[in-house]
Design a protein. Structure first.
Length: 338
């Protein structure tokens, strides 16, 4: 219902009247990969602003790192090379250490709606705005990724101890959590995961659940997958060039703000569509690994709090890291109604 209501509101806004600013503006957005579920949000935004402005304001989406390497998007924004950039804070934690708080494992983000509320609130968190400001960038929206799960081959990890010595593809805070569990995390690039699993280089891989496993065909060789482990997700926001945004006509700035709910609604719709397609396929061909509440508490005791504490300690000289973590945890609790 949330998706339908937001989409309906967006359509109603368009019908209410077109905005025709004097200036014709074309922005470029730098992304990596191909069009897929996680790009549905920015695609919906681009369509919205073009229709709302009667074609006067357009956002050209450039896929496949054609404008900039993924790890250099924030640098290119700082130079004014383009106006919109997708970034993932775990790709370059040294450039944006505060933003990596949302890469921490086992944060209490149980569903997509809570994820959106926390990530959206963080874009308005003043310390994060200041950190991005050093790159001449402005926070805008997040390409919210669903909670990650694992898919693998070999012995299924039915118990906590089964993860010990297992080589796993896991990034950011999820990788640190798995290291604490005794696993050996690696940073295999997504396009190489299939071959790595097939050859036994890794025994399991973590990806956003559920569409990514199917997108990379891991279900063709996987023997098991976890459901409900929810080890974490990644912080992958879209940022705007501060100068570019400041130079936009006021009505175009308003469009960019009005499009924020549409971004999240389009993502939610895409993920729900993918779940309906992929989860039945996985369950028909692989063992589903679920964990009891007691097992889940054990996972978090080993893989969450120690990583959170390390993050706070290692960053306390750069910014108020405890306050940043508290902001995320308190926002999550409020979003979940706790």
């Amino acid at each position: 219902m949330l998706v339908r209501s937001v989409l309906a509101a967006a359509v109603a806004a368009m019908v209410a009247g077109q905005v025709s600013a004097a200036d014709k503006v074309e922005w470029n957005a730098s992304l990596w990969g191909n069009p897929r579920a996680v790009t549905r949000g920015i695609e919906a935004v681009a369509k919205y602003v073009e229709e709302k402005s009667a074609g006067n304001f357009t956002i050209k989406i450039n896929y496949g790192e054609t404008l900039s390497a993924a790890r250099e998007n924030i640098d290119s924004i700082s130079l004014g090379a383009f106006e919109v950039a997708q970034m993932c804070t775990s790709y370059h934690p040294g450039k944006n250490p505060l933003g990596t708080v949302l890469d921490l494992p086992f944060l209490p983000l149980p569903n997509f709606d809570v994820l959106v509320k926390v990530h959206d609130a963080f874009q308005n968190y003043e310390p994060w705005q200041k950190e991005l400001g050093r790159w001449n960038a402005k926070p805008w929206v997040t390409a919210v990724l669903p909670q990650y799960e694992f898919m693998g081959v070999g012995k299924p990890p039915r118990e906590l101890e089964d993860w010990k010595s297992m080589r796993v593809r896991a990034l950011g805070g999820i990788g640190e959590a798995m290291r604490n569990l005794g696993s050996v995390p690696t940073t295999v690039p997504a396009p190489e995961v299939y071959t790595s699993l097939e050859r036994g280089v890794v025994q399991a891989a973590s990806f956003p659940y559920s569409y990514t496993f199917g997108a990379y065909r891991l279900h063709e060789i996987g023997k098991w997958f976890t459901e409900g482990l929810q080890p974490g997700t990644l912080h992958c926001p879209f940022v705007l060039g501060k100068d570019a945004y400041a130079n936009l006509p006021a009505e175009y700035q308003q469009m960019m703000q009005d499009a924020i709910p549409l971004n999240y609604a389009a993502l939610k719709s895409a993920y729900e569509e993918a779940d309906k397609k992929w989860i039945p396929i996985y369950k028909a061909n692989m063992e589903v690994i679920t964990y009891t509440e007691e097992q889940h508490k054990a996972f978090k005791a080993v893989g969450a709090k120690p990583v959170w504490d390390d993050w706070v300690e290692s960053n306390k000289g750069k910014f108020d890291s405890q306050a940043a973590l508290d902001f995320v945890l308190n926002t999550a609790a409020a979003a979940a109604g706790k």
